[in-house]
Ligand binder design. Structure first.
Ligand SMILES: [Zn+2]
Length: 138
């Protein structure tokens, strides 16, 4: 049997490499780099080294796992978190671009982001999400 066939047979029914595993592998590399950067303080060096091994071990375990249903659910969870992070950065970029025309506030009760035009003085705001009313200077 050729080597490639052996690998294919070994991997049959296993989860394989997915986005979450890729993230874990990258995290392991970053942690290893941090361990090298903190070589002067053994505590952090060992901490980062252990975290790196843990991430790498988890990555390998996920790739070889036969419980594909659970691994796919983990991957979906990871995608949702990744999208939330991307959305947050996009929102940050939008707020930065609109900072001269608009002011942004957080609703005190539900923490939703509200956008109001600048220079209108003291105004009454109504949250679109929860209907809470509060006053702010725009
Ligand atoms: Zn609200």
């Amino acid at each position: 049997m050729r080597f490639r066939d052996r690998i294919a047979r070994f991997m049959a029914g296993r989860n394989g490499y997915d986005a979450f595993s890729m993230f874990l592998l990258m995290a392991a590399l970053v942690l290893l780099l941090l361990a090298r950067l903190f070589y002067r303080s053994p505590f952090f060096a060992i901490l980062f080294q252990l975290a790196s091994w843990a991430a790498l071990g988890y990555c390998i375990w996920r790739v070889l796992s036969r419980n594909t249903y659970k691994r796919q659910r983990e991957n979906a969870w990871y995608y949702a978190k990744q999208q939330a992070v991307f959305r947050w950065f996009r929102s940050l970029k939008d707020r930065w671009q609109q900072r001269k025309e608009y002011k942004f506030f957080r609703c005190p009760s539900c923490h939703a982001l509200l956008r109001v035009p600048r220079g209108k003085g003291k105004i009454q705001l109504t949250c679109r999400k929860c209907g809470n009313r509060f006053e702010r200077k725009s």
